[in-house]
Design a protein around this ligand. Structure first.
Ligand SMILES: NC(=O)c1ccc[n+]([C@@H]2O[C@H](COP(=O)([O-])OP(=O)(O)OC[C@H]3O[C@@H](n4cnc5c(N)ncnc54)[C@H](O)[C@@H]3O)[C@@H](O)[C@H]2O)c1
Length: 247
């Protein structure tokens, strides 16, 4: 049976790699993003804002029309621009981070519930920053921390329907946005080494490495796994030590 998948935030980075992996492995994919995701042969794509009710309504209609059934929902879209400490972050930035990163996965799940069959799965893309906080990134940390526990709440509440819910918590992944941030820093080579040193494996992750974990969690191979937050972080969260120190 063909697997039908909705991936949000699929125009680039981890979301794009995930949509591509599902397509390569024979799934039917609806890719969603604020801008039109790239064409994947034979697949569907939609421009929509997951944080707006109208956007989610359009996603649900497209999912029903194009896929008919949603076996896997991948909540990957995120707003990562609300930088600032707890004292500094703007109210608008805080709100947008919560709307996109925390509320949208819940509301989109509700929109799609009737399309998700028994045996279906949800994979939320959280972050190591949902497990621990980074100084000066209060909104993102809080939204991802909320998503971590929302994943557990979804697991418990959807288990009766036979739907599994898990999350991945990536470390620093070499996506367009992370590479752009590194390149915009005063010393890109040093900044990259600093990021690399956060991980026991001393390198950045690749988008495909996160995509493969998402694929696994959404598949029948993970049939007895639900409510799990899986770090895809090269060992970052295995250590309590700081960047650059021995792990
Ligand atoms: N890259 C990393 O190092 C890293 C680390 C930990 C967690 N993550 C998480 O992984 C996911 C993907 O990260 P990435 O680096 O590929 O991100 P990215 O910023 O490169 O891509 C995110 C995509 O989501 C889309 N998007 C944002 N808001 C949206 C909205 N309201 N509606 C629809 N689409 C929207 C953006 O347009 C973009 O294409 C995010 O949830 C992010 O928080 C990434």
């Amino acid at each position: 049976m063909t697997v039908n998948v909705v991936v949000t935030g699929a125009a680039q980075g981890i979301g794009r790699a995930t949509a591509e992996l599902y397509a390569e492995r024979g799934a039917r994919v609806l890719s969603v993003d604020l801008r039109l995701p790239p064409v994947l042969k034979g697949q569907h794509r939609l421009k929509a804002d997951v944080a707006s009710r109208a956007g989610r309504g359009r996603i649900a209609r497209a999912a029903e029309e194009k896929l008919g059934r949603v076996d896997v929902l991948v909540n990957n879209a995120a707003y990562q621009q609300a930088h600032g400490s707890v004292l500094e972050v703007s109210e608008a930035g805080w709100q947008r981070a919560l709307d996109v990163n925390l509320s949208a996965p819940l509301m989109l799940l509700r929109e799609l519930t009737l399309l998700i069959p028994q045996g279906g799965a949800v994979v939320n893309v959280a972050s190591v920053q949902g497990l621990f906080a980074e100084q000066g990134n209060a909104a993102y940390n809080s939204s991802k921390g909320g998503l971590v526990n929302l994943t557990r709440a979804m697991c418990l509440d959807l288990a009766v329907r036979g739907v599994r819910v898990n999350a991945v918590a990536p470390g620093a992944i070499a996506t367009e946005s992370v590479l752009a941030a590194i390149n915009a820093s005063a010393d890109p080579a040093q900044t990259r080494r600093d990021y690399e040193d956060l991980h026991a494996l001393r390198r950045l992750g690749e988008p495909g490495e996160v995509a493969r974990a998402i694929y696994f969690l959404g598949s029948p191979e993970a049939s007895f796994i639900t409510g799990v937050i899986l770090p895809i972080d090269g060992g970052m969260t295995a250590s309590f030590m700081m960047a650059g120190r021995p792990v």
